[in-house]
Design a protein around this ligand. Sequence first.
Ligand SMILES: CC(C)(COP(=O)(O)OP(=O)(O)OC[C@H]1O[C@@H](n2cnc3c(N)ncnc32)[C@H](O)[C@@H]1OP(=O)(O)O)[C@@H](O)C(=O)NCCC(=O)NCCS
Length: 148
Amino acid sequence: MELRPVRWWDIEELTGIEAVLFGVDAWTAETFWGELAGIPATRWYRAAVEGEEIVGYVGLAAIEGTGDVQTIAVRHDHQGTGLGGVLLGELLTQAQNAGCSEVLLEVRADNTAAIALYRRRDFVQIAERPQYYQDGVAALIMRREMSG
Ligand SMILES: CC(C)(COP(=O)(O)OP(=O)(O)OC[C@H]1O[C@@H](n2cnc3c(N)ncnc32)[C@H](O)[C@@H]1OP(=O)(O)O)[C@@H](O)C(=O)NCCC(=O)NCCS
């Protein structure tokens, strides 16, 4: 398993994974193009690669001391193996290096696997947005303070 920067030629593979994992909330190719255009000024993206295939990825926005988890995803056949934890750990290291004093994220209130992962990494819920997603599920806003 190798962790490497995400490039524009990965976008087709990423949108395929997105469609399976996120359904109606999946990012489009245009969204990925916009995100990757922000590298290195405000964005940082990494893909976990096994052989020739992307099996997980993570993206950070870091602007004026605040980090945002833009996306984190692990392909179904690799979930539950600790990869999500590795990707989030790499993101937090990058946020620290980028001088972030806090990292924020949004997560579906019914996404127990993701919420468990974030809590384990010291994220705390700070707000809830009712009916945030297209199917009416609320979003939880979580925050992690970064030490100096
Ligand atoms: C959320 C996600 C990235 C986690 O990745 P992962 O590689 O499966 O997670 P890990 O194997 O590192 O496990 C992380 C923690 O979640 C827990 N977990 C994993 N699957 C779980 C499940 N189905 N239900 C509850 N907890 C679960 C693990 O027990 C682990 O906690 P622990 O170390 O305290 O035991 C992955 O499930 C995923 O891609 N989901 C679909 C996309 C998504 O929802 N992304 C997040 C959007 S905010």
